[in-house]
Design a protein around this ligand. Structure first.
Ligand SMILES: [Zn+2]
Length: 269
């Protein structure tokens, strides 16, 4: 059994289809999912799905590109209540995004300041409630976003672990983070011919240092590239990563599942 550790199951694109999406996932051997929130509303919907389906767990958080639009001024207090729910296994997704432009009416520096404050507040929340964190990180060019992430995360060393989801960098950049207890996670990009850095990292990454995710409905793996992604397609990403590592499917699966069970503290079956 595989776990899709990052699926936007509460996304509108899956509305009314969650049942069949979960059935296709189960048929593909994807028997556990983390439904991830981007704001208060989708975090709440993710938690509702986790209450309804035993194979679904939830992460609750405010995504960096949603910080300007979140309608609930008390979003942090609402996340705090949700974080205490027994089906909530992480805080996220949170992090920083310097790729997308600031929303209308926002100066760039104010927008970045807001992202940083929301990220730091969610790290505090995670540390306080003893949960780990799902981190989004995207630079436009250069490494300013990446440097800021590490700066804000640094003081939390030893109080929480992070997974750097949708990892796009070389293994050499991941290694120091993994040595601090963090994880990286590979999406369907590992199957793309035009992403040799990701493929090389998936080949070289140390055993136990990474998890797998779809990030569905985004980033469908080959041969579904360009279509709507869904948790069942994690199977293709797992097959490709196993092949890159010259590993058997069963060994790869056992390795990534152990990492996921440890990170999210899934109860043992
Ligand atoms: Zn995501």
């Amino acid at each position: 059994m595989l776990s899709d550790t990052h699926a936007h199951l509460a996304s509108d694109t899956f509305a009314g289809q969650v049942e069949e999406v979960l059935e296709r996932a189960a048929a593909a051997g994807v028997g556990r999912l983390v439904a991830i929130g981007c704001d208060v509303a989708s975090s709440r919907r993710s938690l509702a799905l986790a209450e309804r389906y035993p194979q679904v767990w939830a992460a609750v958080g405010l995504h960096p590109t949603y910080v300007a639009e979140e309608p609930n001024a008390d979003w942090l207090a609402q996340l705090e209540v949700m974080a205490g729910h027994p089906r909530c296994v992480a805080i996220g997704e949170t992090g920083l995004d310097f790729y997308h432009p600031a929303p209308e009416g926002w100066a760039w520096d104010d927008y970045v300041g807001r992202q940083r404050a929301c990220f730091a507040a969610q790290l505090e929340l995670a540390a306080a409630c003893g949960k780990n964190v799902v981190v989004h990180q995207r630079d436009r060019s250069g490494t300013a976003c990446w440097e800021a992430i590490k700066e804000i995360l640094g003081p939390f060393q030893g109080r929480l672990r992070a997974v750097f989801h949708c990892w796009l960098h070389p293994w050499e950049e991941a290694r120091p983070l993994v040595e601090q207890g963090h994880l990286i996670s590979f999406t369907g990009i590992a199957t793309y011919k035009n992403a040799p850095v990701v493929a090389a990292c998936a080949r070289e990454a140390a055993a136990g240092s990474f998890m797998l995710e779809t990030d569905s409905p985004y980033l469908a793996p080959v041969p579904h590239r360009g279509k709507r992604n869904e948790p069942a397609f994690l199977r293709e990403t797992a097959a490709q990563v196993a092949q890159l590592r010259s590993s058997s499917a069963a060994d790869l699966e056992a390795m990534v599942e152990a990492a996921a069970a440890d990170f999210f503290r899934f109860p043992s079956p």
